[in-house]
Write a protein that binds this ligand. Structure first.
Ligand code: TXE
Length: 463
């Protein structure tokens, strides 16, 4: 672990499983309560000088980004080993993380003069909060860590970061690399079993918790934070709908739809998780999507030509298998896939399900895996109502040839990002967050940066 700029071993360790084999392939340190205290103390000690030098922070973030860009080739195999994704995607994730850091390194801090008259000069500025506790998930361990590190550190905060126990290795390694470019204590990286996350959220030092994970855990984080009125940003799950309009061209949209549903094996918070299609296009769209599925190659992430690796962990594998089995026993048809791949590891065949309706678990819940329900609709109003009829509200998309009409339908979606003829199009400047149970606050862009700050009014009387 990295605590106060030092390499800190733990007394206990826990196993990390390679999802491609289902076997233990490494061990990670299990941070003790005393070590967690030390990490927060180091972050608190570093805060005083870190928050004062904006130029140094910008230079450090650029240097950190450069380290990831230069180190992607070495880091990617570590990520594949713990996460499962194909090497090319792992490399892309690490490069993306570097790009994120460098984007924020140049982002202006918002400030606004709201009054300048005979009586007063009044300016609204953004101040850092202090120490941030960051808890990250296993689907994109590194880029999602950098979604937090970049704005939090730019704003002048310091951080204790904890990766998921399923994928601690790449983040621990990056903590080690960043010791060369960040002052001691600015970024502390610890790892541990599940209870460590809860300990972080009740710790007295952090003023802010930023969490990406499940809705259930997000609610627990919010409850823990309430006691001390810690600020929270919660990026939780989604059940993103894609509404295909009657004028869409199935052959033209199938590759994009399939990509946005099956990227990272569907283990993406804002992946397409249900497709609504009019009866008139149903068969054609299903055929076009099946054609996409036929082009995939499922296998270990380090193997040449593999497009889809295993699911990340056994609970997730069992969850997806259970949801698919539930749909099939309820009368759904698996046009492709429908079952795990024989052999070791958490591999599951890319699965397209038809004959499913709202009310079945695979449509109503977040599957977070390579199984996509394709649901027929008769009227557009009904499709929009079904798309919105959920506790989730992360993102959604509308697909059609008449883009103005598609945009008008997208305006009706109750979610944080409404895409037209695309899905999963993200950018560091673009705020990302969810309505309803999909989260609180946003990440990225100036809006995400503001989430790591408090508003301060600076009012100087004149005369
Ligand atoms: O995640 P959890 P899990 C969704 C996806 C998946 C489901 C479960 O649907 O099926 O989550 O995944 C820490 N206070 N997403 O169980 O429960 C604990 O240390 C603070 C969506 O892996 O969210 C561990 O690191 N922290 C998501 C982590 O939470 C606590 C990405 C477990 O995370 C805590 C991943 C507490 N009280 C999964 N209890 C997305 N939004 O992209 C546990 N933890």
């Amino acid at each position: 672990m990295t605590i106060g700029g030092e390499d800190v071993p733990a007394k206990d360790v826990f196993d990390v499983v390679d999802p491609a084999t289902g076997e233990v392939h490494a061990q990670a340190p299990d941070c003790s309560p005393e070590q967690l205290d030390a990490a927060f103390a180091a972050a608190e000690a570093a805060y005083g000088s870190w928050r004062r030098d904006e130029d140094a922070r910008r230079a450090a973030l650029h240097a950190a980004g450069d380290l990831l860009l230069a180190g992607a080739g070495d880091l990617a195999p570590i990520l594949v080993g713990e996460q499962g994704k194909p090497l090319k995607e792992a490399t892309f994730e690490i490069i993306g993380a570097g790009v994120w850091l460098k984007h924020f390194a140049d982002l202006p801090m918002p400030r606004q003069v709201i009054r300048d008259d005979d009586a007063a000069f009044v300016e609204v500025v953004r101040r850092p909060m202090g120490v941030v506790a960051a808890i990250t998930p296993w689907n994109f361990p590194l880029i999602l860590a950098c979604w937090k590190i970049a704005p939090a550190l730019l704003a002048g905060n310091t951080m204790v970061l904890k990766p998921s126990p399923f994928t601690p290795l790449t983040t621990l390694r990056v903590g080690e690399l960043f010791r060369d470019v960040l002052p001691a204590g600015v970024l502390n990286v610890v790892s541990g079993r599940d209870p460590l996350g809860a300990h972080m959220t009740v710790h007295p030092v952090p003023r802010k918790i930023t969490f990406t994970g499940s809705v259930a855990t997000g609610k627990r984080v919010a409850a823990s934070a309430a006691d001390d009125l810690k600020r929270v940003t919660l990026e939780l799950g989604g059940n993103d709908p894609a509404i295909v309009l009657p004028d869409a061209d199935p052959a033209a949209i199938a590759a994009k739809l399939f990509g946005a549903a099956f990227q990272n094996n569907g283990q993406v918070c804002s992946a397409i998780k249900r497709v609504y299609v009019p009866e008139s296009l149903h068969d054609e769209l299903v055929e076009a999507l099946a054609d996409q599925a036929a082009r995939t190659k499922v296998g270990p992430g380090l193997e040449e030509g593999v497009t889809h690796g295993p699911l990340n962990n056994r609970p997730q594998f069992e969850r997806v298998a259970g949801l698919v089995a539930d749909a099939l026993s309820g009368g759904a048809r698996a046009v492709t896939g429908g079952k795990p791949v024989d052999g070791p590891g958490y591999f599951f065949e890319p699965t397209l399900l038809t004959g499913v309706e709202d009310g079945s678990r695979i449509v109503d819940e977040e599957q977070f895996g390579p199984a996509l329900p394709i649901v027929k609709y008769t009227s557009l109003d009904e499709a929009v109502a079904r798309a919105n009829g959920t506790h989730f509200g992360l993102s959604g998309s509308v697909w059609g040839t008449d883009t103005e009409r598609a945009a008008a339908v997208a305006d009706e979606l109750e979610c944080g990002t409404a895409w037209v003829n695309t899905h999963l199009a993200l950018h560091p400047a673009q705020p990302f967050g969810g309505f309803k149970w999909s989260g609180i606050g946003v990440e990225n862009g100036t809006w995400g940066l503001e989430g790591f700050t408090e508003v301060q009014v600076r009012h100087r009387a004149k005369g």
